[in-house]
Design a protein around this ligand. Sequence first.
Ligand code: HEC
Length: 201
Amino acid sequence: MKWITILALTGSTFLILTGTAIYSQQTVQDARIQPALIEARQVSNELAEKVRELLLKEMEKGGFINAIKICSEEAQRITHSIRVQKGHSLRRVSLRYRNPRNIPEEHERKRLEEFDRLNREKKLDHEYFEIAREGDKEYLSYMKPLIALPLCMTCHGPKENIPVEVKSILAEKYPGDRATGFLVGDVRGAISVKILLRASK
Ligand code: HEC
C-alpha cells in the first residue's frame, strides 16, 4: 500500500494554508475531498460522542459491567452499524490496544506514534488526514485522536487505580490487555476512517 501525503500533491491539486503539520488543518481546495472530509468528521464525531455519552450514563449509574460493555460491545456495534450504513472503513485503533481487533495498520501505527509526539509537544490537532492510494483507488484517510479523559481512568488508567471488579473482568476477557496505565491527557487511541475518493484513470 502506498501512502501519499497531501504535501506531495500541493503543486497540482491542493492549496495548503498552514505548513506546520504535514497533513492537518489544511484548507483543501479539492472538490473530491470536501464531501469525504465532511463525512469523515461526521462519522468519527458520531462514534466518539455516542460512546462517551453512553459511558458517562453507565458510569453515573455505578455499574462497571454495563459500562465495560459500552466501550466494547456497544462501541463495536456502533462502529459496525455506521460502516454498514455508509460503506466506509471505520475503526478504533490504539498502539496499546485491549482488543487485538484494534491493532493499527502500518500507516495508522505511524500516525499514532506521531500523535503521541505531538501531544507531548502540545501541538496535537483534533484531526489529521491525507490522501492514500491503494492499487488504482484513492482514499481519504482520516484519523481523529481520542484523548484519555478522567472518565476513562476506571478502565484505562494506572492499574493500581482500577477497581478490583473491573480488573478481574478485564483479565478474563482480555488476557493480553495493553490498554491500562494511561493518564488523563494521553492519546488513548484514534478513530480511523477511510473513504473512497475515486478510481484513478
Ligand atoms: C468501563 C470500562 C471502560 C471505560 C470507562 C472506558 N473504556 Fe475504553 N475500552 C474498554 C474495553 C473493555 C475495551 C475493549 C474493547 C473491545 O473489545 O473492542 C476498550 C477499548 C477502547 C478502545 C479501542 C482500542 C483498544 O484498546 O482495544 C479505545 C480507543 C478506548 N477504549 C477509548 C476509551 C476512551 C477514550 C475512554 C474514555 C472516554 C474509555 N475508553 C473508557 C473499557 C472501558
